[in-house]
Design a protein around this ligand. Structure first.
Ligand code: CA
Length: 227
């Protein structure tokens, strides 16, 4: 039977690459920051690590490129440097189709939450402005709210707790392999929206219930799939 929203009462949106077209900026910022510290990150690496906290990303690349884990101080310094580069870039736009999707989800009676591995305050603030009336900070899970980020299930479990629903009553919208893995590990039906350069197969391997290619496509899908 094709996937539907029957029985769902909350939708948990990832942020980067779902609500915002921010991944190109993240790719450039990560590449420049890693270069600055003698490591190397391609756009493919950035998309494969997307969803993980900055801490986990720096640790993983340090192990790979330098054969050793980064110290807590190094991780902090490198992530701060990357975050500074990201902030200095022109603001990423709202992903085409994202506003319509959020509005339609709310109109269907679904609770709307955001679950992100991001610790970029400018984006976290921006969400409340750009999706005013639909998303508030109290209904966002960020890297400040959990110890273990994606791909651990913790961020999505925290989202369920805030929404006050069981996993079976929720649906997640994610664009990244580690994000899908986190949501699936939390037991939540996950819609993959492949807005980046990775092959569909890399996202499908994480077990989403559906794969689409843009938020506009998801917005159109919502028109045809009432609860
Ligand atoms: Ca994402």
């Amino acid at each position: 039977m094709p996937f539907s929203l029957k029985g769902k009462s909350a939708v948990l949106f990832d942020m980067d690459g779902v609500l915002y077209d921010s991944m190109p900026n993240h790719s450039v910022a990560w590449a420049q920051a890693m270069e600055h510290y003698g490591m190397h990150m391609t756009p493919h690496d950035v998309y494969l690590n997307e969803g993980a906290t900055g801490h986990d990303t720096v640790s993983r690349i340090s192990l790979r490129d330098r054969g050793r884990a980064a110290s807590a101080d190094e991780v902090h310094e490198i992530y701060s440097y990357k975050a500074g580069l990201f902030r200095s870039m022109p603001a990423a736009g709202v992903m085409p189709g994202a506003r319509e999707t959020v509005r339609k989800a709310a109109a269907l009676g679904l609770q709307v939450l955001v679950v992100t591995g991001s610790g970029q305050n400018n984006l976290i603030e921006g969400v409340q402005r750009d999706f005013k009336g639909y998303i508030v900070r109290e209904r966002m899970v960020t890297s400040f709210d959990v110890e273990r980020g994606k791909p651990w299930p913790d961020p999505y479990l925290k989202g369920l707790e805030i929404a006050g629903v069981d996993a079976s009553e929720a649906v997640v919208v994610e664009n990244a392999p580690l994000g899908i893995r986190s949501a699936v590990a939390a037991g939540i039906d996950t819609i993959a929206v492949n807005t980046g350069p990775l092959d569909d197969g890399i996202l499908m391997a994480e077990g989403p219930v559906l794969l689409l290619h843009s938020m506009t496509e998801l917005s159109e899908w919502l028109d045809s799939r009432p609860l």
